[in-house]
Design a protein around this ligand. Structure first.
Ligand code: CO
Ligand code: ZN
Length: 342
């Protein structure tokens, strides 16, 4: 059923620049990919709002449904450059220290660097303050020719595919974005009364900021957010979680930001059952999603979420299963075609 190559699309989106607050390039890439993939794209109009959200709209006579996926990624921002040309940085979104050492990063202008640490600090006691970024500059003057304080950088890494597995930086949440593009492509084949909005939101990783203003402007009746979720299927995990890779998309019940609307949740389960789509039950004890702010917008929105099971979230080597993404596309398209009767 899929009319576009999920891995190829992920490669394109993974390497597009788009840390929180700097979403211009990723929004452009998404616009191009959407135009190439959704053959009735003329039925949709799109705009970028003041927060940088990229919002598509297809007019319908029925209730308003908002589909949302954040397009921003985590990253770092330069805070200081010393006289020897080494850079210090702050986090943009939630990074884990262990994921950073010896990692390559890339600035928007193509400048690359490697993150390392002050060796005099015992390894177990390292904090973010003990890390620095080396762009190979001879001194501050040379460094400042390519990078300034306030410049953002992202993980620099090539994604790979191995069987049904895809791996690389920024599955969170470029796979959510391509899931929604897949849904838009699927909907080209069907008629549906819903007044449809698809928002690729900005600044999720720094506190669900873009979705908040997008949802307020749209004031939808229903919303479904798509993002990654943690899995419990690696060895010796600290907390039990039933979600696993390759067992289908997860219908969110709850995370730290939201208790999902029961009606939306049941509509997703019902569509899954009717169309023979495997789904899992998600309770994520840590982390939140755009669903949390969308639900609490204006007078409240009946909001749910579909999550793509993903290992090693926020590392440069996030891992997911292509089948889960295909099923997520089918599931959301199905729930829309069935009319989302709640
Ligand atoms: Co994230
Ligand atoms: Zn995310």
């Amino acid at each position: 059923m899929m009319n576009f190559d999920i891995f190829k699309a992920f490669q394109t989106l993974s390497t597009a620049f788009g840390p929180s607050g700097r979403e211009t390039a990723i929004a452009e890439t998404l616009t191009e990919l959407t135009a190439d993939t959704v053959h009735n794209i003329g039925d949709w109009d799109h705009r970028i709002d003041a927060m940088g959200n990229l919002v598509y709209h297809r007019v319908g006579n029925g209730k308003k449904l908002l589909l949302a996926a954040h397009m921003d990624s985590i990253g770092i921002v330069v805070t200081h450059i010393d006289e020897k040309g080494f850079l210090r940085f702050a986090q943009v979104g939630g990074l884990m220290l262990g994921d950073l050492i010896d990692r390559r990063v890339r600035f928007q202008n193509g400048t690359r660097g490697v993150i390392s640490f002050e060796e005099k600090t015992p390894y177990a006691k390292l904090g973010f303050d003990n890390l620095f970024l080396d762009i190979g500059a001879a001194d501050r003057e040379q460094a400042e020719k390519t990078v300034q304080v306030g410049d953002f950088a992202v993980f620099d890494g090539e994604p790979f595919q191995q069987g049904d597995i895809i791996c690389g930086p920024y599955l969170d949440n470029r796979i959510g974005c391509l899931t929604l593009i897949g849904v838009m492509a699927e909907l080209a084949q069907t008629t549906c009364d819903l007044d449809l909005y698809v928002a690729f939101t900005a600044q999720e990783e720094v506190g669900l900021r873009g979705a908040q203003t997008a949802a307020f402007a749209i004031q939808p009746d229903y919303a479904i957010a798509v993002d990654v979720t943690d899995t419990g299927d690696m060895p010796e995990r600290k907390y039990p979680m039933v979600v696993e890779l390759g067992a289908g998309p997860a219908v969110k019940i709850m995370d730290r930001s939201v208790i999902c609307d029961n009606g939306v949740k049941h509509a997703l389960y019902a569509a899954a059952e009717q169309h023979g789509i495997p789904v899992q039950r998600e309770i994520m004890e840590f982390g939140g999603t755009d669903t949390g702010v969308i639900q609490r917008t204006a007078g409240g929105v009946r909001a749910g979420a579909v999550s793509i099971p993903t290992r090693y979230i926020h590392s440069p080597s996030e891992m997911a299963n292509i089948r889960d993404i295909e099923y997520a596309i089918q599931l959301i398209a199905a729930v829309i075609c069935d009319g989302l009767t709640i």
